[in-house]
Design a protein around this ligand. Sequence first.
Ligand code: DHB
Length: 394
Amino acid sequence: MKRRLALHALAGSAALAAAPLVVRAADAKPFKIGFILPMTGQSASTGKQIEAAVKLWMAQNGTTVAGRKIELILKDDAGTADTTRRIAQEMVVNDKVDVLAGFGLTPLAFATAPIATQSKTPMVVTAAATSAITEQSPYIVRTSFTLPQVSVSIAEWAGKHGIKSVVTFVADYGPGIDAEKFFKSQFLLNGGKVIGEIRSPLRSPDFAPFLQKVADQKPDAVFVFLPSGQGAAFMKQFAERGLDKSGIKLIATGDVTDDDQLNDMGDVALGIVNSHHYSAAHPSAANKKFVAAFEAANKFRPNFMAVAGYDGMRVIYAALAATKGAGGGDALLAAMKGQVFESPRGPVLIDAQTRDIVQDVYIRKVERVPAMGNQLYNVEFDVQKQVKDPAKTK
Ligand code: DHB
């Protein structure tokens, strides 16, 4: 009996001695990042790309920042806004995440914005690209791009390269309407004419009837925006309808000549001139390092979604470090604003006023690159430096 008591006493004092350690561990509670991504459904490639990039960032930069253990929570919303909203609510209320991130399509970002505002949780948009997203909550920061940002450059290029008439062809929702509008106004300024505007439903990628309309209107070029994941199906139907041999040029945003699918499109994609903020063939040292590490860890090439996910993690890590591990919604948000760094895509800035990304936009041409395994790449040949979202500078 006595011995047992003595043992208890010993155990008690050991626990006491250990107490300060326990308190310190409890103080440094994990820092939770809640990613909501389409891992299934039509936009599954967006989820796949961003997840791979987030994991690469953590493998390269560790899982502790300023003494806080980083805990990644990643959930699949299948690209459905009701699901995104429910998951965001659960992440904020039950998991008590410090940051929300991801958002593969514009409606999913819109659905989550009020939750970010109410809970004062920074929401890092690493995919969706309608200009107005950042205006839906003061807690939104974006590391992807906006459609106005990339559509203006290709319109200017077209106007200066003998293209006089264009039919626009876009997915019928936020980013498509942005692309249509900003392409048109810049193209008009450069002396061109938009002779037809076609919108195809986001959820039914049967492009054939719309492609027939393009063929009938006989423009010099068709300008296309479709979200990531639909480019290959579009190109297939473009060729099946004989449009590749019709003399109608295809110009696009880089969402169509997406690195995730480009190499599988085959020769039909050769020569397409398009504009975007990221190519896997961007010839900087930082990008070469990023692509090599990404391809070593995955069986596929990084695309623009991957880069935005990777940079999203950088922005979050840097903000947590700036708060010396303290975190807190408003402090993190303040530390995200104004960040400047070299991304694999080139130099970028998170504009402190708009919370949107300022970046270089490249004009590229799809080519087979002998030095890169004879694969298809978007080869950059011109650049507009430090492009702000033009929808926000007016
Ligand atoms: C959006 C989605 C995409 O896959 C893309 O390439 C561009 C924009 C969006 O829904 O905002």
